[in-house]
Design a protein around this ligand. Structure first.
Ligand SMILES: C[S@@+](CC[C@H](N)C(=O)[O-])C[C@H]1O[C@@H](n2cnc3c(N)ncnc32)[C@H](O)[C@@H]1O
Length: 251
């Protein structure tokens, strides 16, 4: 199970301001989008609440948005409707994608926003990357963004509480991350996330969820991409930076 049932409802409190506006989220990938024809076929295979997919559709691209969470897919469909964007939505785990799409269907596949660590270990991750690779045409690209797990693991288990209120839809919330770091890289790790909405009159409404994840080192990811026929073209990996982006093309 991938989770994100409870969190789907409060997901805006978990994403940065830059990701809230669909056009702005898509613009973060201008460099790679600029290499595509305007009507390119694009898949966002862990679409979350759909801001990226809607932003891409706003540029005239043929967009499919999938996610393992039914609640996330529903939110993506609602956002598409709100923006009158043409996005095809589908609930699908990464490994199920080849059941729904022919090989070489897409010019670009996105797997962004710290999604891949939800694949169960190296086996699950390679199977997920294999699915993404199959769906890309030759020369097509996978865009992947990731936390730098080397840094996260070095910090160990801990509680991170937002140092200011996060305001979304006129409501304030405190966001809490509880990191459960296992002794070994290969083991299942957990992140418990809570969004506590505070009402000025007193009540606090909490939504929380315990998520499983399996961290990976950057070198492992590179080797796994290579194994599924994806060659890294661009990488922003820096061991001292919190996140990185990899663009890999289908050989
Ligand atoms: C941290 S969210 C990122 C969402 C979005 N891409 C963003 O940048 O805001 C991770 C997403 O990955 C999805 N996910 C987790 N496991 C998955 C799987 N096995 N197959 C497809 N999606 C999965 C979750 O449901 C969730 O929507």
């Amino acid at each position: 199970m991938s989770g994100y049932h409870e969190l789907a409802e409060v997901y805006e409190w978990l994403i940065s301001d830059a990701k809230l506006a669909p056009a702005e989220f898509a613009a973060a990938f201008d460099d790679v989008l600029g290499l595509l024809p305007p009507d390119a076929h694009v898949l966002d295979c862990s679409c979350g609440t759909g801001q990226l997919a809607v932003g891409l559709a706003g540029r005239g691209m043929q967009v499919v948005a999938t996610d393992a969470s039914e609640a996330m897919v529903r939110r993506t469909a609602e956002l598409s409707e709100e923006f009158e964007a043409s996005v095809r939505t589908l609930r699908a785990d990464w490994q199920e994608l080849p059941d729904h799409f022919d090989d070489a269907t897409f010019d670009l596949v996105f797997c962004v926003g710290n999604s891949l660590h939800h694949a169960a270990g190296a086996t699950g991750r390679v199977a997920a990357l294999e699915s993404m690779s199959r769906l890309l045409r030759r020369g097509g690209r996978l865009v992947l963004t990731s936390r730098t797990w080397e840094l996260v693991r070095a910090r160990g288990s801990r509680l991170d509480i937002s140092d200011r209120l996060v305001r979304r839809n006129g409501r304030d919330a405190v966001v809490v991350y509880r990191w459960e770091i296992a002794p070994r890289w290969e083991e299942e790790h957990h992140i418990e996330i809570a969004v506590a909405q505070v009402d000025a009159t007193g009540p606090v409404l909490v939504r929380s969820e315990l998520l499983s994840c399996w961290p990976y080192r950057y070198e492992e990811l590179e080797a796994e991409l290579d194994r599924v026929g994806l060659r890294t073209e661009i990488s922003t990996f820096d061991p001292a930076a919190e996140n990185y982006t990899v663009v890999a093309s289908k050989v």
